[in-house]
Design a protein around this ligand. Sequence first.
Ligand code: SAM
Length: 246
Amino acid sequence: KLSKRLQWIADWVPEGSRLADIGSDHALLPVYLAKHKRISFAVAGEVNQGPFEAARRQVQGACMEMTVNVRHGDGLSVVKQGEVDCITIAGMGGSLIATILSADPKKLEGVTRLILQPNVGEDIVRRWLREQGWALVQEHILEEDGKIYEVLLAERLADRQLLEEHNERLYETRQLPCGIALTEDWLFLMGPLLSLNPSSVFVQKWEHELGKWERVLRTMEQAETEEARERRTAFAKKQAEMERIV
Ligand code: SAM
């Protein structure tokens, strides 16, 4: 049985996919999908020796070698161009996810779906998707074992015009009833779809974040230089906005 987080990702993998799970660790996700005959083929990529071996053991133990190919290497270097049509990258920071996806654009040709679960830096992933011409089509936020996770689903839209319209609508500034404008920057941070219908987990996450920002502000107040004061004023303004949004 998968964790709630991995199950959510698994459910977004289209039936019959040729999948690359990058940073697969124990290869739990591709093995689960292969066992349930949900994918036709998977590459489980791992850059580190320990997790690579754990993935190999997992695949052998489940007798899934015919479907899941465990490969040792950095990011998308383990897949051949055109080999997969769906990529999952979960459980790492947003900037690492963006670096992996940017390393070799040719590897993304033929890929129609990305399922990404950054542990931090979700805004970096959303910005990357927007800049690289992907459409963010679904977002989910969930809580498991006291941690909060966001899962992002992005697709390629063949029609450029449709894609532009979709992304413009997604990140268009929204006027909140409290009078605050939810600008593109806030939408990258909080999620344009998550913030549309805020769930209790979403509110819990941002109340917690607000607490962290307040503590940062208190620390900044102790700094004496002019530059520190300027930075503090800018941060305080953002923090006050967030307080009203949350
Ligand atoms: N994807 C699994 C999950 O969500 O449960 C495992 C997440 S684990 C916290 C992150 C894994 O990514 C580690 O096993 C690490 O070795 C691997 N990793 C980190 N950087 C990587 C890279 N550049 N290429 C491939 N794997 C990487």
